[in-house]
Every structure is written in C-alpha cells, then in structure tokens.
Design a binder for this molecule. Structure first.
Ligand code: SF4
Length: 199
C-alpha cells in the first residue's frame, strides 16, 4: 500500500488526537467516553506507601475509591524498586480482598487478622484480645520470666543475662526497627537473639 505525504500527516494527526482524548478521558468520569467508564483507576484516591511484607521497603501506590481498595501496584517514582514488586509484593491486594469461590465476587478476606489472638495452654481455640490486653499480658510474662531467671554471675564471671527468653525478629522489621528491637532485647539481658532474615 502506498501512502502520500498528505495522507501520512492525516493519519498521524488522527492517531495523536485519539491518543490525547484517550488520556483526557482517563482523568475524570465527567470526560469519560463510553468504554472508558469501566476503567479501574478512574476517580480513585492514590496514596503512596511501603510494601507490608519484607524489610526491602519497596514503594507502592494504593488506590481507594469510596473507602474500598481498588488497586495496589509498584511506585515507579520510588528509589528502591522503581515500580517493580516481587511475587509477594504483587499479591498484597489479597491481604485485603479475595474472590469468593462460589460466585466470583470480590469480598473482604475472611482470613485477615485484625486483632491479636492467643491460644492458651490446654485450649484448642484461639481467643481474641485487645491490643492493650495483649501488650499487658506479654509484658507481665516477660517481667516474671526475667525476674525468676536473671543471673548476674556464672562460673565466677559477671554475665548479667537472662537465658530463659529468646527474641525472634520478623522479616518486616527494617533497619531502624531492628535496632530498637535489639536494644530492647540486649537491655533485658537476652543472649538468644535471632532474626528471620538470617534463617
Ligand atoms: S516483599 Fe517483595 S515487594 Fe515487598 S518489600 Fe520485600 S522485596 Fe519488595
């Protein structure tokens, strides 16, 4: 097929016009043309945040419409990941929502934990606690165990340690959180201090 110079400019001009209209239509439902109204990200509020999974700290953009999560994707302006997310980070949407096996409808993930839980000795069921209760119980146990097991000397050597408690850091702890956790553990005299990322 041959194309004249005039035809070429007409063609590229039409393509450019269509592209500009397409971009404009995506910014607002007021400007949206028919097929564009179904776009996932029309009229959303975008917030930049950090991936919830590991201490890599990849940046994400979370899109919410009418109080409901619509999309999570990598933040192309973030210096750590420049828009990329690993398989875990790409699945963050599933923390909030899943698709119902029965009807394919999107529902709030029923397995999502929003409160601390405890399974008490001898019990088979998990009991829900308030954060205040959980922190109170954990603090009381740490104090009791430390008070009962703290030793200042062993084999004639000053040790100032408590070997009855171990500390295990989560993968989501970043440098600064890890530093604070380490300070707390050392301050309590713990010697068994480990981190998930080393295992
Ligand atoms: S889990 Fe993956 S996406 Fe999330 S911070 Fe770590 S490396 Fe980044």
């Amino acid at each position: 097929m041959s194309i004249t110079r005039r035809g070429f400019f007409q063609l590229t001009g039409a393509a450019l016009f269509s592209s500009v209209m397409y971009e404009f239509a995506g910014q607002s439902t007021a400007l949206a043309l028919g097929p564009v109204q179904g776009w996932k990200l029309v009229d959303v509020k975008e917030t930049s945040t950090i991936c919830c999974y590991c201490s890599g700290g990849c940046g994400t953009i979370v899109s919410v419409r009418d109080g409901k999560l619509v999309n999570i994707e990598g933040d192309p302006d973030h210096p750590i990941n420049r828009g990329g997310l690993c398989s875990k980070g790409s699945s963050q949407f599933g923390v909030n929502s899943v698709y119902d096996d029965k009807n394919g409808e999107r529902i709030i993930n029923p397995n999502r934990l929003t409160m601390p839980k405890v399974r008490r000795a001898g019990q088979s069921e998990w009991e829900e606690l308030s954060w205040e209760q959980a922190i109170g119980e954990i603090s009381a146990r740490i104090k009791k165990t430390r008070d009962e097991n703290y030793e200042t000397e062993a084999d004639g050597v000053t040790v100032n340690r408590c070997e009855a408690i171990a500390h295990f850091g989560a993968a989501a702890l970043d440098n600064e959180e890890g530093y604070i956790a380490q300070k707390l553990a050392r301050g309590l005299g713990l010697t068994y201090i480990e981190h998930q990322a080393r295992i």
